[in-house]
Design a protein around this ligand. Structure first.
Ligand SMILES: Cc1ncc(COP(=O)(O)O)c(C=O)c1O
Length: 394
């Protein structure tokens, strides 16, 4: 059986996606169902790759888990990965590890912008993009994506206006969670050029960069480091290899001054020490898992096609943003005239949990985000539940 279709049990391992449902805002206790299928949190419902399991097992067998450091081998592996996959060259000392990308976003904002600075985000977008700004007492400046029939684009005109007004930072999401765009090389170049022109720091969250479909090759801002170096590139093996709980991400900063400020911010909060198992997993992921990754992308592609087919046949009034990358589908259910909260709690009563579209920006009530990183069987069950909910809704 295809690795990605093998049933696995994620219950009772303190998984946020599976076990935390009971505690979240949707009050699982109030639903009629004993089992809820989760299509919310962005991790995957299949096992990670065997080389990663082997590397972790071997490290666990050593039996000691004392403090560790980022060694030359680790840095070289990350450097070789970005060169081999995305064709940009970096130096080992540009890489800083952080427990997570959100942690890095928070500290990039606090270390590199001034109090009450304007920071641009392009909504709808992953909700912590907003909180890392407000929790640092900076101001959110929205550059809303332009919605077309089944895809989104950046509003470059408004972006330029916002930059002219003096934004200190733009936080880019590429691939873009939740609308599933993989920005093209031309789009990324335009963003970099505009940031350079208006001297705005560019933070690029590229956590989903490895999960892109063939027709949508990924362009990193790292390919433009020679044009502009005031950029903070955030990447991680966590989404790609389903190892987010190992708390290891890689932040790439070319400019020495920026890097020193960022490292200082992590250091004064004692967040510099890496996770011993996270490092092992990342090394194995970036050296031994290319085939596994390719198979996973094919699996996600097939799952996305399954979703399109099901909706076309059964829920044709919904609009699904075309998925170019990530495993997160963005579905416009406004034809039902329900708020996202009503959609989420209604679906929960029918046995599935999805994310509320309203989390990702003010104009997205009536949307849901649907995570398709699971077996085809689980996906089919989820789709049938959505179909039943829509059919029975009066
Ligand atoms: C765009 C984006 N950035 C960051 C994260 C979380 O990253 P981390 O767990 O490394 O903080 C997610 C998780 O869903 C995400 O979608």
């Amino acid at each position: 059986m295809n690795h990605f279709n093998k049933p696995i049990n994620r219950l009772n391992i303190s998984s946020i996606k599976w076990d935390y449902i009971k505690k979240n805002e949707y009050h699982f206790e109030k639903t009629k169902k004993d089992t809820i299928l989760p299509f919310w949190v962005a991790d995957s419902d299949y096992m990670t790759a065997k080389p990663i399991l082997d590397a972790l097992t071997s490290r666990v067998k050593n039996g000691t888990f004392g403090y560790t450091y980022i060694d030359h081998e680790y840095l070289t592996i990350v450097k070789d990965w970005v060169w081999r996959k995305y064709h940009y060259e970096i130096e080992n000392n540009w890489i800083i590890t952080s427990p997570g990308v959100v942690t890095a976003l928070f500290f990039a904002v606090s270390a590199l912008t001034t109090k009450e600075a304007n920071i641009i985000v392009q909504s709808p977008v992953y909700n912590p993009f907003y909180s890392v700004i407000t929790n640092n007492n900076r101001r959110i400046v929205e550059n809303k994506l332009i919605a077309n029939e089944n895809t989104y684009e950046m509003d470059f005109e408004n972006l330029e206006t916002r930059l002219k007004e003096g934004a200190e930072m733009l936080i880019l999401c590429n691939p873009h969670n939740p609308v599933g765009r993989v920005w093209t090389a031309a789009e990324i170049k335009k963003v970099v050029d505009l940031c350079k022109q208006y001297q705005c720091l560019l933070v690029s969250d590229e956590i989903h960069c490895d999960l892109v479909f063939k027709e949508h090759p990924f362009t990193s801002v790292g390919q433009f480091f020679d044009v502009y170096d005031q950029m903070i590139l955030c990447t991680a093996p966590s989404k790609t290899f389903n190892i987010a709980g190992l708390m290891t991400s890689n932040i790439i900063i070319k400019d020495k001054k920026l890097r020193e400020k960022f490292v200082h911010e992590l250091a004064i909060r004692s967040l510099q020490e890496p996770n011993v198992l996270g490092l092992e997993a990342c090394k194995a992921a970036y050296t031994k898992c290319d085939d596994w990754l390719e198979a996973q992308i094919e699996h996600i592609h097939q799952n996305a096609n399954k979703v399109y087919r099901y909706f076309k046949k059964n829920i044709p009034n919904a609009r699904i943003a075309k998925l170019e990358g990530t495993y997160l589908m963005w579905i416009d259910m406004r034809f039902m005239k329900l708020t996202s909260k009503e959609l989420v709690s209604g679906l929960l009563d029918y046995g599935i949990l999805v994310n509320s579209g309203a989390m990702y920006g003010t104009d997205y009530d009536g949307f849901i985000r649907f995570n398709i990183a699971c077996s085809q069987q689980q996906l089919q069950a989820g789709l049938e539940i959505i179909g039943k909910f829509v059919a029975e809704y009066k």
